[in-house]
Design a protein around this ligand. Structure first.
Ligand code: PRX
Length: 646
């Protein structure tokens, strides 16, 4: 529908930008040639209690793998997000909260947020929370989620947020993995007019977590909940009773700030650990440069705080920069498909950051719901979480942004803490579908399967050559898994798990995961996790899960299921299995398609040939490749014949 073409920086934008292309190149070169000097300077952008004298101590050598930044400095992340702003902007709005119901909203100034965080910090201390303790947060998108994160940071506790869409089992697994003995939750969440039973889920999860002895409950909907005497505490009661004077705890730069679980190719989700100093420097710097944030602007990232985007670009980056950050409880299509743009108009949003899946879903509804709003406050649009197809990019640019707003397509990961490849507004010429060029301090490398560096225009596996301050430091409780996952496939580099193309202008085009991770609506899902949920069902003998192209979600979940001998596949059983996976993991893991498989294609040594299963799911039967090495080649014919239609 749209003619896809490149977008050189318009002259008026270039005039107001802080850098030009040559300025970017110069600064980028300095950051790569002399990272110590570069980061010594930019590390100063945040407040340190004790300034650092060391900048970088990194080894990617598997026998001694360590990553440290600014490591003799001390600071507090919450003080950087709150206290440092009080003198100059105490009365400026820090958080605009927009409820699920358009009639519900709230503005919280930096002074108010500081007071709320101090009170809750003291309440947490009264409950016995100490520096280094892991605190699980299972909350909806309400201001108390921000307060809880910052209160943990203030007292030196390590938060582990579990997305509110995850099931009791998934919550329990995460509580157990990080040995957390306290959960902060709400009575219920509210999304798209429907309630989410968070307290019920927490109660269920805690049946499997005997060491978790404290629950704090925020009253969101007022729905009736079970209350366990001695274990459960109302958030408002403990905060009311607490003092609002709570000095921030002095933390080492390399003390943990948070754990966030994310899916990988194998096994259970990993607890990605981020530390304090480097993460804060990187989150705040990228937020300022990538979104060209200017004082007084309203900035809105539509992510959930349960994902890394919410951590870095709703809370830590924007608040460290003294920005006004909008927090949205609802969904893009409630009460109607105009909601995002109505919120932009209502709160004068200048910078809007969302995921391609939302753009595609809204695009399908036509231009009407967009055009009925003004959106004149919008200045910059952002995209994150999955590759954005050029058509969706064009629609975002032409219809949402009225051809006026640059789009920053930001590539990064839970592991990277912040944005690594991205355009800078008013600086970088844009190509729809490309994340364009690396941020300062980031050296992307494309390698082939043998770790040979590919130069020039090429395609291969995306690695990052050296460390950047926002990088994850370890997998919580399993440093060996950290080394194995990211540093052994291509020794000496960080391997992202993504495939990537570099064009003749040096622009990067992310082509998607090259491992067994799928990206469903911008949510990362390990195929192994869905498989193990399926085989946990007593009628399932074996299962293999792959991604397939999906118009709205980017990728859908396609499951091949072999039933136990003697069982007849039925429509009812198909539905039962979908419900089962939702219960085991959460709605985001629901298989879109389940194909009954009498057998799975395996090598003679018993390894499932996922390449073939991916091709069948994608309807690329002609490209199945050599199937002669399979133990039972006939299995493939059956699968092709009975492929599920989308
Ligand atoms: O495959 C890449 C994709 O999302 C993965 C990271 O997922 P997660 O850790 O959940 O973090 C998502 C938000 C940062 C990556 O390995 N991805 C993320 N951003 C982009 C992307 N793929 C293409 N273009 C992007 N802009």
């Amino acid at each position: 529908m749209w003619e896809v073409h490149d977008f050189p920086v318009p002259a008026d934008l270039a005039k107001t930008a802080h850098l030009d292309a040559a300025g970017y190149e110069k600064m980028y070169r300095e950051s790569i040639e002399n990272p110590e000097a570069f980061w010594a300077e930019h590390g100063k952008r945040i407040d340190w209690i004790k300034p650092y004298s060391k900048v970088k101590d990194v080894s990617y050598d598997a026998s001694d793998l360590h990553i440290k930044w600014f490591h003799d400095g001390t600071l507090n992340a919450a003080a950087n997000c709150l206290d440092r702003h009080l003198a100059e902007r105490g009365d400026q709005v820090a958080i605009i909260w927009e409820g699920d119901d358009p009639k519900d909203d709230k503005k919280i100034t930096y002074r108010e947020l500081h007071r709320d965080v101090c009170k809750f910090s003291n309440a947490l201390k009264d409950l016995g929370v100490k520096k280094g303790d892991r605190v699980t947060i299972y909350l909806p998108m309400i201001p108390e989620a921000a307060v809880a994160m910052l209160a943990c940071a203030r007292v030196g506790a390590v938060h582990s947020i579990v997305f509110g869409g995850f099931s009791p089992d998934a919550l329990a697994g995460r509580i157990q993995d990080c040995d957390s003995n306290i959960v902060i939750t709400a009575d219920e969440g509210l999304r798209g007019g429907r309630t989410v039973p968070l307290k019920v889920n927490t109660d269920k999860a805690l049946e499997d977590c005997p060491d978790c002895k404290t629950v704090v409950v925020v009253k969101r909907t007022g729905g009736s909940v079970n209350f366990v005497e001695g274990r459960d505490h109302w958030y408002h009661e403990i905060c009311d009773a607490a003092s609002d004077d709570c000095p921030p705890t002095e933390m080492g730069a390399e003390d943990p700030l948070f754990i966030l679980y994310t899916s990988g190719s194998t096994g259970k989700p990993k607890g990605v650990l981020h530390t304090t100093g480097g993460y804060m420097v990187y989150a705040s710097m990228t937020h300022q440069y990538v979104f060209d944030y200017r004082d007084g602007e309203i900035y809105w990232c539509t992510a959930d705080v349960g994902w890394v985007t919410g951590h870095s670009y709703i809370i830590y980056g924007p608040l460290a920069n003294g920005a006004t950050t909008l927090m949205f409880e609802g969904v893009p299509n409630y009460p109607d498909f105009s909601r995002f743009w109505q919120v932009c108009d209502k709160h004068n949003v200048s910078i809007f950051y969302t995921a391609p899946t939302a753009i595609r879903a809204l695009m399908r509804e036509g231009d009407g719901p967009v055009k009925s709003t003004s959106r004149k406050s919008l200045r910059i649009l952002g995209s994150v979480g999955e590759p954005i197809n050029p058509e969706a990019w064009m629609w975002y640019h032409e219809v949402v942004g009225d051809k006026r707003c640059p789009i920053v397509d930001t590539w990064w990961q839970t592991e990277t803490g912040g944005i690594l490849i991205t355009p800078l507004p008013g600086v970088t010429n844009l190509k729809p579908g490309s994340a364009t060029l690396p941020f300062f301090g980031v050296e992307p490398i494309i390698v082939d399967g043998d770790n040979k560096v590919l130069e020039g225009a090429t395609e291969g596996n995306l690695c990052i050559q050296d460390s950047w301050p926002g990088q994850m430091r370890t997998v919580y409780g399993d440093h060996e898994r950290f080394i194995q996952t990211y540093f052994t496939t291509f020794p000496g580099r960080y391997f992202s798990g993504d495939g990537c193309r570099r064009d003749e202008d040096g622009y990067y085009w992310i082509t998607g995961r090259v491992d067994d991770v799928i990206n469903v609506s911008g949510h990362r899902m390990g195929t192994a996790e869905v498989e193990s949920a399926l085989v946990a069902h007593d009628k399932v003998a074996e299962a293999a899960v792959v991604g397939y192209p999906h118009d709205i979600k980017g990728q859908g979940i396609y499951a091949y299921v072999t039933l136990n001998a003697g069982l007849e596949p039925t429509e009812e059983l198909r539905k039962e299995l979908v419900t089962w996976v939702r219960k085991e993991i959460g709605p985001i893991a629901s298989p879109d398609l389940i194909q009954w498989a009498p057998g799975l294609p395996k090598t003679r040594s018993g390894k499932i040939m996922r390449r073939i299963l991916r091709k069948i799911a994608a309807n690329e039967h002609d490209a199945l490749g050599d199937t002669s090495t399979l133990a039972e080649p006939a299995v493939v014919d059956d699968l092709v014949e009975n492929r599920m239609n989308k």
